[in-house]
Design a protein around this ligand. Sequence first.
Ligand SMILES: [Zn+2]
Length: 98
Amino acid sequence: MRDTNTGIVTCARCGAVLGNYMTGDYFKLIRMKYCPDCNVQVRKEYQRFWHSQHRQASRELNKEMREQIRLLKEENERLRAERFGADTQMSSQRFKGL
Ligand SMILES: [Zn+2]
């Protein structure tokens, strides 16, 4: 955090004073949001969060794909049944290779 009156920059996480951008390295300090320790922690937390989001997303995608495949199989079975009537045994044999 930046105090615009005093120019003091503090860590947004633990509140440690990082410096004063009015007297110190302005461009370095205005970019800093966290102290080096917190920066490492925040990055780790962000990565953990990102990984869990990613896992969740791929689980949902898998579920969706399985559902799509199930629907396609059903559709396929239905089309075969329509085309070959009661003779589904034979049609199954015929399409085994597909
Ligand atoms: Zn900190």
